[in-house]
Every structure is written in structure tokens, then in C-alpha cells.
Design a protein around this ligand. Structure first.
Ligand SMILES: [Fe+2]
Length: 328
């Protein structure tokens, strides 16, 4: 109750701090303030999640159902699974196709980026159970949690923990403009560390504006080379020209893969961009895993996504779906 009152009082300031990619104080300063704020509000849940990972993870995985495929390990900030063996993949491809048929190909809402839209809405959770089954599967969570070192939650806000994103320059009124917004290199600042799990829903080629990234070690060199990245002066987006002045373009990894490929990536430490020149549509399912003490004010300033929790759900699944899960 007190926490909610503090949120109401702080919300106007949070909106100002978040505005225009945290430009008022710069990303580095703002994320430090957000971390302190969220630690105060949700620190006890994070401590619980760290402890459960350290002390009980094998037991939680067993209760959730043992992995069915060899577990992937993220190295240098990422790993790509091309085995097609992750659970619920086939179902995700089928159920996503229904969503794309129903809501894709038409402008839904493109407030921030005219070339990119999220066509997922919460109404699909009951109709498309494979989405949360995949996101909470032991195969996916073993990779995600062992990288993070704690049990995360699906993000409640920007970016939502579950998105079905459609990139297509036919929505863009300036399709030939130079890369802008998320078409430019950047590091996400929502949490540190954080993991995106990205499922390729339909084969991606260069004409579909692939998601592109630099590994963690290369990105670290880039950050040093850029000098003032994420300071008030350095800003959030980086042009190719600036990036390739400090690291070679040959290090870039393009997510041009067939349907069913899954990328696990820490988007906070791997510079990335996407949706450039998508003359044909690109469809990805994107899951965002963050801590309860994230480094932005997203949960405070945008409408939160909530995930359905059932009585019979395992403790691990509940923790992923409910930010404030604590056993009685
Ligand atoms: Fe991003």
C-alpha cells in the first residue's frame, strides 16, 4: 500500500526522467536512480529470487518438468538454437500464424516506430497457450536463469515480456530515410543483465530487415571506443559510421535464419539494431526477462502487461509470471 502511494508521488518525475531515451540526466545516471528506486520497492522479491536460484534451482526445474533437449549456454552474451528441439516450438509457430493472420499486415499502433509494431494482445494468452508454455519451459529457463544468476520475471512494461513484432517498411511514410530509432545501434537500458529470447516465426532474409547484433566482447570494445555512450552528451543511438570506426563490421551477426530458430541474447551488453529496409515483413516472437529491480521506470509509466497464473502452476512458472510472487 505504502509502495503504491510512493509510486503515485514519484510517477511525474519518472515520466520526465524516462522521456526521450532518458535524455534529461543521461542513461547512466537515470538507470542508477531507477535501480535504487526499484530496489526499494521490489528488492525483497529480487533477494528471494537470487536465493532460490542459488539454493533450489535443480529442484524448481524438476518440479517444472525436466528439459527435453540439450540446454543451451549463452557465451559472449548470446547463443542461437537451430535444433528445432525446444519444447512448444511447433505450437508457437502455428498459434503465431493465427495471430499474424488476424492482426498482421495492417497498422495497429505505430506511435514510436513507423516500421515496427507489436501485434500481440493479452487476449491471446488463453487462446495460444504455447506462448507462455514455451516462455516458462525448463529448456528456456535453464539457459536464461543460469546466465542471469537469479530467477527473473517476464517484463511487465516497455518492452512487454511477450511481443509478436512485425517489421515492414510499407507502414513507414519515409521508407527510404536513413536508419533511425531502433534501426540504429544501441544497448537496451531496461535492466542489467537482461535476456531477450527471440523466436523466428517465418524465415528471415536480408530483405526482411533482420535483427543484427555485436557479441558482448565486441560491444564492450565499442563502448570504450565511443567514449561517452549513454552519458547525457553521448546519447542512446549510434550510427554505423561511428560504430564501424571503433569495431569492424565483420563482427556483426545477422539473424537470417529459418522459422523455429531461437536467439538468446543479453540486449543490455550486445549492441543491436533491426528492421532496416524490411521490404518484406519480418515476424518475431520476443520474450523479455528482467529482474524485479529493473533499471528503468517502465513499470511506473506505461500500462502493465499481466500474465495469467493458475493454481496448479509450478513455483518456477509462477515466479516468471508474477513479479511479486512470494510463497505464503
Ligand atoms: Fe533494443
Amino acid at each position: 500500500m505504502i509502495g503504491k502511494t510512493i509510486d503515485v508521488v514519484f510517477k511525474p518525475a519518472a515520466k520526465i526522467l524516462e522521456r526521450n531515451y532518458m535524455s534529461a540526466l543521461g542513461v547512466n545516471n537515470t538507470t542508477a536512480i531507477a535501480r535504487a528506486y526499484n530496489s526499494l520497492r521490489f528488492g525483497k522479491y529480487h533477494e528471494y529470487r537470487k536465493r532460490r536460484y542459488r539454493e533450489n534451482f535443480p529442484e524448481l526445474i524438476k518440479e517444472n518438468g525436466n528439459p527435453v533437449a540439450p540446454v543451451n549456454e549463452m557465451k559472449d552474451g548470446w547463443v542461437i538454437d537451430t535444433s528445432g528441439r525446444l519444447p512448444y516450438l511447433e505450437e508457437i509457430l502455428r498459434e503465431s500464424a493465427e495471430i499474424i493472420d488476424e492482426r498482421g499486415g495492417e497498422k495497429q499502433h505505430l506511435r514510436w516506430r513507423p516500421f515496427f509494431q507489436d501485434i500481440f494482445i493479452e487476449d491471446y494468452f488463453p487462446r495460444c497457450p504455447s506462448i507462455l508454455n514455451f516462455a516458462t519451459s525448463s529448456d528456456v529457463l535453464s539457459t536464461v536463469c543460469s546466465y542471469l544468476g537469479f530467477i527473473p520475471t517476464l517484463s511487465y512494461s516497455r518492452p512487454y515480456g511477450v511481443r509478436l513484432v512485425e517489421s515492414w517498411n510499407k507502414f513507414d511514410d519515409k521508407p527510404d530515410a536513413l536508419p533511425r530509432e531502433s534501426q540504429l545501434f544501441h544497448l537496451d537500458y531496461h535492466d542489467k543483465p537482461m535476456v531477450y529470447v527471440i523466436v523466428v516465426l517465418r524465415e528471415i532474409t536480408m530483405e526482411r530487415g533482420p535483427f543484427c547484433f555485436l557479441p558482448k566482447s565486441v560491444s564492450a570494445k565499442a563502448e570504450i571506443g565511443l567514449g561517452d555512450y549513454h552519458t547525457k552528451k553521448g546519447g542512446h543511438r549510434v550510427t554505423d559510421e561511428k560504430m564501424y570506426a571503433v569495431v569492424p563490421e565483420s563482427e556483426l551477426i545477422r539473424l537470417c535464419y529459418p522459422a523455429g530458430t531461437v536467439l538468446f541474447i543479453d540486449s543490455n551488453v550486445c549492441f543491436h539494431y533491426g528492421s532496416r529496409n524490411a521490404v518484406k515483413p519480418r515476424h518475431l516472437m520476443m520474450f523479455a526477462y528482467v529482474s524485479t529491480i529493473r533499471t528503468d521506470f517502465g513499470d511506473l509509466v506505461v500500462k502493465n502487461m499481466r500474465y495469467p497464473v493458475r493454481k496448479e502452476d509450478s513455483r518456477l512458472r509462477r515466479m516468471i509470471l508474477d513479479r511479486e510472487y512470494l510463497p505464503r
